[in-house]
Design a protein around this ligand. Sequence first.
Ligand code: MG
Length: 157
Amino acid sequence: MRIGIGYDVHKLVEGRPLILGGVEIPFSKGLLGHSDADVLVHAVMDALLGACALGDIGHHFPDSDQRYKGISSLKLLAHVQELIKAQGYKLGNLDSIIVAQRPKLKPYLEEMRLNIAQVLNADPNNISIKATTTEHLGFEGREEGISAQAVVCLINI
Ligand code: MG
């Protein structure tokens, strides 16, 4: 059994779509990044890679590489899934938190969960995605950015 942790932050800007857990969410701003800037999926990937001591997503998918420009982070997650499988592990369970003042994310959490479960070939019951605000405190509270944290437990295949 292996445990991993992931954390990521992206800046909120106008003129970008807001994509979280592979779901495009209607909002006046979106996250800035080289890929689709899906901060939740990035935190999940870092947790999975961390559990296998395989480095981080910056190492596997450098933002200087044009192949990853605008790419769906779910495609990157599929690659990470292959890496952990090659190490002899699969997802035991995942818990995660998206920290955003706005928009309200509850209506979208189930679709995010199903997206991630499908890519990881996992039972949705082993995937938890939560959302919280920071009561207007900090960069998330000022709506300057969104952060996400994830913890995974991997089990032997
Ligand atoms: Mg990121």
